[in-house]
Ligand binder design. Sequence first.
Ligand code: SF4
Ligand code: SF4
Length: 243
Amino acid sequence: MNKLQEELSTLVRASGADLFGVADLRITSDFIRKQGGEFVAKYPRAISIGIRLLDAVVDELIHHEEPSVIFTYRGLYNSANASLDRTTLLIAKKIQEKRFNACPIPASQMINSAKLEGAFSHKLAAHQSGLGWIGKSCLLITPEHGPRVRLATVLTDAPLKSGAPLARRCGNCTRCVDICPAKAFTGVPFDPSEPREVRFKAHLCDEYTDRREKLLGEGLCGLCVFVCPYGATKHSKAIPKAN
Ligand code: SF4
Ligand code: SF4
């Protein structure tokens, strides 16, 4: 780890975030360009950061029809995003001081609502940096916290040392596939050569959350975050066998 990387890692921890990794994006630049254009594809590296969500809130998402539960989850979600956005700004400023380029990508961003896609995939950067793998829920699954994390990214050309992607550890588990009320997951494991539609019917999740929005005034669901045995606490503790 070079001096700048150490400074950035220290800054991230001091800001209250829990995860820090660096991804080499060069092998995925075609995919990145297709999703967000040259604006994002021109950067060779990404800094991925994550903040752990609170178990006291996520553990209650099985009761996600209750307004008090889901509005509390919304509050946590928003404050985690705001905290990440402040940290990515500080990272980008620090890199700029060293005369390199850095572009923070907001934790919550959507440029294609039909596909539920932003300009850049935080999950891609987190996976490439070695923070976790892409589960059957299409979420980033970290070994320690499962999908109970929010992510943000800083794209950069600063000379940082990158990590290596983690192999997936979902094994035979299908909990996220089984619990999804929209039946949005097909259960097909992640394969970067296949389009996301093979694994995730985004429009079904979108329609379901739209119905919840009309009914409850809040669309967030979160069952696929709640149910994953990785990072689970009191409701589901068994870890599936690795492949
Ligand atoms: S948020 Fe809910 S509806 Fe959407 S994919 Fe996850 S479990 Fe399914
Ligand atoms: S619930 Fe099971 S299958 Fe789904 S992402 Fe988590 S470990 Fe993988």
